[in-house]
Ligand binder design. Structure first.
Ligand code: BGC
Length: 349
């Protein structure tokens, strides 16, 4: 009898030593109050306007469903993003939602989370490896919409096109580009004069790309297709400084892009209603934690497996449907979009 209790005392001391040897590791510091679900949201960046909206809506919608959200952004730093993942796991999050900075490096986040039995959702950008779910827009379609706009709406089926892509480390950037190229390669008279990724979505790098195009050719540039509106902004400024104009296409329906569109400085953008993305993601996350069935709409192959996914539809926005799609839906305010247009020249609202 005495022997048995001695055995338990020794066992308890042993367990205590193991836990205390994790010194500095706050693994035992679980912040979960009651049974409240805690969601970790790891973002890459808050630089582009859209990400702040993603964050705000995701937090609000998740909280409406009774959970708590811990958000951190890595500001484009892979190591930092991995450390942040460990930090949130140590805080005891029930699930991780990740916008990866680098699709490949972020595999490690999935592996670490799985060791803690925590599932990982890739938000907007796919992660390679054993990621559990993916929720985004149909990103190849974003590029197809840009390519088709050139051909079908602008009837440009010949001439010089420049493609300024996104970050090579972002799976979306590859899909955006694939979509554009898949459309344009059917037109022999379209010459893709330049086609480059832009390091870290950095708009100064995008500007350098365009400078090198202008330094190497005197030919007319019929269109510059850009992977997002922030890049269009940089290209527009450069062309304006040189008193040049071209068809400019982007993506995200940022307020500055919508202003350029109604002012005739940018031709179109691709609108992804991130309000829907964030709201759907919030619901998906809570359902996953509660082991409910998820209504996946697509299965997307990453390097490792078929990932259960929800993909939303992107749509074209130009001068003609700005009012309908952007203003009436409340994505941007009328007075913000038409800020630089004289009141007499504004459409009725
Ligand atoms: C997103 C774009 C965004 C870009 C830069 C992409 O993964 O899909 O909406 O503009 O990243 O942050």
């Amino acid at each position: 009898m005495i022997k048995k209790s001695m055995f338990y005392i020794i066992l308890l001391v042993f367990i205590a030593i193991i836990f205390s040897s994790c010194g500095g590791n706050d693994k035992l510091e679980v912040i979960k109050k009651d049974d409240k679900i805690v969601v970790g949201f790891l973002m890459d960046t808050l630089k582009e306007e859209r990400w702040q909206r993603d964050r705000d809506i995701f937090v609000t919608e998740t909280e409406k469903l009774g959970a708590e959200v811990l958000v951190i952004a890595a500001n484009g730093d892979d190591e930092k993003q991995i450390k942040q993942a460990k930090y949130l796991l140590n805080k005891g999050v029930d699930i991780l939602v990740v916008v990866p900075h680098d699709a490949v490096v972020a595999k490690e986040i999935v592996d670490i989370a799985h060791k803690d039995n925590v599932k990982v959702i890739a938000y907007d950008r796919m992660i390679e490896g054993d990621v559990d779910y993916y929720i985004s827009f149909d990103n190849e379609k974003v590029g197809e919409l840009q390519g088709n706009y050139l051909i079908e709406n602008l009837k440009i089926t010949e001439g010089n096109v420049v493609y300024i892509g996104g970050a090579n480390t972002d799976n979306n950037a590859h899909q955006f580009r694939d979509g554009v190229i898949n459309v344009l390669e059917n037109y022999d008279e379209i010459n893709i004069l330049y086609d480059e990724y832009t390091y870290d979505w950095n708009t100064s790098v995008a500007r350098e790309h365009m400078e090198s195009v202008l330094n190497t050719t005197d030919e007319k540039i019929d269109a510059v297709i850009c992977a997002n509106d922030a890049i269009v902004g940089a290209i527009y400024s450069l062309l304006a400084e040189k008193k040049m104009k071209s068809v400019l296409m982007g993506q995200d329906a940022e307020i500055s892009a919508c202003q350029r569109i109604v002012e005739g400085k940018q031709t179109m953008t691709v609108y992804k209603d991130v309000r829907l993305l964030a709201t759907n993601a919030a619901k998906m996350v809570i359902d996953i934690v509660n082991n409910k069935e998820i209504n996946v709409t697509r299965v997307i192959q990453n390097d490792f497996k078929d990932v259960n996914s929800i993909l939303l539809d992107p749509v074209i926005v130009d001068k003609d449907n700005m009012m309908e799609l952007i203003i009436k839906s409340g994505f941007h305010k009328f007075e913000d979009v038409y800020r630089n247009i004289r009141p007499d020249d504004r459409p009725n609202y």
